[in-house]
Design a protein around this ligand. Structure first.
Ligand code: NAP
Length: 273
């Protein structure tokens, strides 16, 4: 597949056409003066291992992995950073030598860095996370270690339950259930679903929200996401999409590969435009 491979870094996913990672990493390379050619690769759903093995055999040095392969990437790596072990999910791979591929997860540090930049997070904050997929697995440990309480609300209850039992040894984490509708108010609400379906206007009851509540959508697109539209509709002024998280998680992948943490402020501005 990668005969005469002309790139040594890449992002692998399916679908992948929408990915902004090549743009971000090529900007990082230019900025830091590090030689690093980065492309995106669409992987057939049943061929993740074959494609990744070929890439590393043909000169690949580092990879990002996006949906739906983060779990497979975790199993593919034969060395893991502590945070990847805890998340059981990998979004960054680095070739150490012919024997070892190191797996890391930079989604958590990416989200936390952006929440700090936006001034959306403080110790002891109460956070509602909507969703319980691979991305949430990556962000729970950093948020719990920061000292926040977390409640998980998910379409499939059993997936939320599984996450809570996996992470309750690291901090204060609970399933959000309807008995809390009228007695809880959150400092921060994060949308981590791949589809935010606004069934009715009170999808998130306003009793859970104050005028200071911040809203963060891990998703990003040029126009407002449905979640951001909903934030505007309820009159919130503290909201953001996930473009900053994307830039910061990429910066931390770059750090793992090249020992340099690139600045992200100007990249976030470029991506917003
Ligand atoms: N900004 C960034 O850097 C960044 C990084 C990582 C991910 N993301 C984004 O975050 C989102 C989640 O990623 P992921 O890797 O966690 O995906 P995932 O593993 O596929 O999980 C998807 C989540 O969305 C829920 N969901 C899917 N369709 C739904 C629907 N119709 N109604 C309600 N809930 C629904 C799923 O619930 P069930 O458990 O019920 O299936 C699950 O909790 C993606 O859109 C991804 O692009 C952004």
């Amino acid at each position: 597949m990668f005969r005469n491979q002309s790139f040594n870094y890449a992002v692998f996913g399916n679908p992948i056409d929408h990915s902004k990672s090549p743009k971000i990493h090529n900007l990082f390379a230019k900025k830091t003066g590090i030689f690093h050619t980065y492309k995106s690769v669409n992987v057939p759903l049943d061929q993740f291992n074959t494609v990744l093995c070929n890439f590393f055999k043909q000169g690949g040095q580092g990879a990002n992995v996006t949906a739906p392969f983060k779990q497979e990437a975790y199993l593919f790596c034969n060395k893991l950073t502590e945070r990847a072990k805890i998340a059981e999910s990998v979004n960054t791979l680095k070739k150490i030598d012919d024997k070892y591929i190191l797996g890391d997860n930079t989604d958590g540090i990416g989200l936390l860095s952006d929440l700090i930049r936006l001034n959306f997070i403080k110790k002891k904050y109460s956070i509602l996370i909507i969703g319980a997929g691979g991305a949430v697995k990556g962000v729970l440990f950093p948020l719990l270690s920061f000292g926040c309480s977390i409640f998980i609300l998910n379409r499939t209850f059993s997936n939320a339950k599984k996450l809570v039992s996996q992470f309750n040894k690291y901090g204060d984490i609970h399933i959000f259930d309807k008995t809390l509708w009228n007695i809880k108010c959150f400092d921060l609400i994060i949308n981590a679903t791949s589809k935010f379906i606004k069934k009715k206007d009170d999808f998130i009851p306003l009793s859970l929200v104050s005028s200071k509540t911040c809203f963060y959508d891990m998703n990003y697109q040029i126009n407002n996401t449905a979640f951001i539209d909903w934030c505007l509709k309820i009159g919130s002024v503290f909201f953001s999409n996930g473009i900053g998280m994307l830039a910061f998680q990429a910066a931390h992948s770059f750090l793992l590969w090249h020992n340099i943490l690139p600045e992200t402020d100007d990249i976030i501005d470029i991506l917003k435009r």
